[in-house]
Design a protein around this ligand. Sequence first.
Ligand code: ARG
Length: 563
Amino acid sequence: MKNKEVVAKTVFDVVKDDLTLEQVEQLLEYPKSAEHGDVAFPAFSLAKIYRKAPQQIVSDLAEKIDDASFEKIAPVGPYLNFFMDKKKVSHDILTTVIEQGAHYGDFNLGNNDNVPIDMSSPNIAKPISMGHLRSTVIGNSIALILQKVGYHPIKINHLGDWGTQFGKLIIAYKRWGTEEEVRNDPIGELLRLYVKFHEEAEEDPSLEEEGRAAFRQLENDDQEAVSLWQWFRSESLKEFDKIYDMLGITFDSYKGEAFYEDKMDEIVKLLEEKHLLKEDQGAEIVDLSAYGLNPALIKKRDGGTLYITRDMAAALYRKRTYNFAKSLYVVGNEQSYHFKQLKATLKEMGYNWADDIQHIPFGLITKDGKKLSTRKGQIVLLEDVLNDAIRSAQEQITEKNPSLENKEEVAKQVGVGAVIFHDLKTDRLNTFDFTLDEVVRFEGETGPYVQYTYARAMSILRKVNFVPDKTKNYALDDIESWEIVKFIQDYPEMILEAANKYEPSVVAKHAIKLAQAFNKYYGNTRVLADDGQQEARLALVYVVTVLLKEDLHLLGLQAPDRM
Ligand code: ARG
């Protein structure tokens, strides 16, 4: 039980006639300074009811309350301050975590219901951008957090593998490309062809129509077009998988936009049946003015379908396939309008489950102060970013711990982890800059700092071969360890907050704070002193390793035992 709950019950026992348990709990405060105890009850509300001075009420309460389960209860002015029994609380929490291990902080909120998470979803024939990295790591962490609170996440890579651009790419390849060049450097070459197409089309606008025609051929199953497209797709996927491997992230489905090509007719038919489709200058639209939104363009004048049409088919497919409790889309906030239109259109169709669709937006990421874009060829390759980070980690490890055995493996875990952590540590909607040196530092609010703290704690446990034992009476009552004990108590609540807000940053911030608190503790306390309390302190260190490791896991980072 949390400290506030314990105090609330105690106070409630003596004020039952005047306040409810909830009222008491709401009145309770956490005193700013530790000398005023752990929880305080302000007597102002009771003063109004009893028409007495708050000071008087506080001392009356102090007399009536049973203080057996507290270290001390002290009236100070209008407050009654409660000092928790540190030994009891620390014993309870240490035993609980030793017993539950990584399952500490698990919940069963989700009933194991399915939650598809649309994440990563890069466009084939183009490099994965920093924006796709954000979607990938945020989506992965949300999946892990939702799993911890009892949902069954389904990670879907909704590949951008369909649309007019692939008609253009086919034309560009046929005019200026060779098989060999594509094989040598698939994404680089396909990107070059795509950029070239746009340059040439500025001189010769008829190319645009040629591109559209090629896409229509693709939609009509033209053999040559289809096999070129398949080839571009599989070469692209090979490249994407290299990066997913480095990140250690897997998907449950790679059904991209093309998968919905034959599922859009049904959407158009349903819209017609419901009389929702309107003609507008030859195109088909759905009026969304009732939602304060611009109309959704469902079918172009030339009969071509659009991004949103495919997303409608995908939404319906996911509902039918997974009967989801929620359906999440981790996509940059520049697509917010699209998702508003998507939800509104489904709602117009009478699908109440549209309310369970949720766009999880995130802010833009810049590198060294620069915006990123594909067209201008200013792309930052994610693979390069990760490799640079690994190299930087390796240099630092070699300097700090030259004799470390599996240096390369650890450097990978630290370098890649640093990039992931940096991406997750601020509120997802924030925009932020990426500068390699800041990201891979071993000090400050970084992934390597948390990993390093974990490894340090592990080395203490190794030194004495500590094995936790839940039947032992570990208990601590010093003020230094108490700070950490309170952290451990708040852990489940932190998990709930992260899950409710879909915010990995809540976990990342917790990891940093816990690491800082632990380093402070370790700096001020002789953990291995031989004073009869050594085992209890080691149990505390052990519990810190459990939580740090679980935090890292929930963010998608590895926790190397040595660094
Ligand atoms: N491929 C798109 C892009 O790179 C993201 C797709 C997001 N998912 C979706 N269901 N619309 O912009």
